[in-house]
Write a protein that binds this ligand. Structure first.
Ligand code: PNS
Length: 166
């Protein structure tokens, strides 16, 4: 372990955010209460097969976090730990919805620590949103189900435009 450590004041909350859901937003707001600065970052590596482009995801994230002065929205390519090192971020925030999330998240957390001694802080999902993930929202919207209570209003508007969601 290195002696010089950056205190956990600035954290990163990474994801695909295709699109951002109310569950993501809940974690963002709660993380922003606990830290000086929260970087919400879209993994641009994974963007090819998404419903929304990286720029569209960023625009939606910026709009829904406008009321959070200590939240910054950005994208990253390559390894998340490299983004953390470049921006002097010492910890990653992740939301855990259920035990099923844990194995995968644990693996990534341990690997990120192994790679660059970047810590991972897990926040439990609000039970209201523990069933919620972007892929389900898209599937429901595609088949005409009501997703208006699952995503922030500006995201719902974009889903309506893209998929005819209602
Ligand atoms: O919303 P997602 O799809 O669960 O987000 C996954 C993401 C972007 C957080 C993860 O795939 C990631 O960190 N990718 C960047 C590449 C990287 O650092 N991989 C090594 C992880 S140990």
């Amino acid at each position: 372990m290195t002696e010089e450590r950056v205190p956990v004041r600035r954290v990163v909350y990474p994801g695909s955010f295709d699109p951002v859901t109310n569950g993501h937003l809940d974690i963002i707001v709660r993380a922003a209460r606990l830290h000086d600065e929260v970087f919400v970052v879209v993994g641009a590596n994974l963007a090819k097969e998404g419903l929304f482009s990286v720029d569209e995801r960023l625009a939606m994230l910026r709009e829904v976090t406008r009321g959070q002065p200590n939240v910054r929205v950005d994208k990253f390519r390559g390894l998340l730990v490299e983004f953390c090192q470049t921006h002097h971020i010492s910890a990653i925030v992740k939301g855990l919805r259920a035990v099923s999330d844990f194995e995968y998240e644990m693996e990534m957390a341990q690997m990120n620590y192994r790679l660059a001694e970047i810590e991972t802080l897990f926040m439990t999902a609000n039970p209201l949103y523990s069933f919620l993930r972007s892929s389900l929202v898209k599937e429901i919207a595609r088949y005409g189900g009501d997703v208006s209570s699952l995503v922030p209003a500006p995201v719902f508007a974009q889903l309506q435009k893209r998929l005819g969601a209602y």
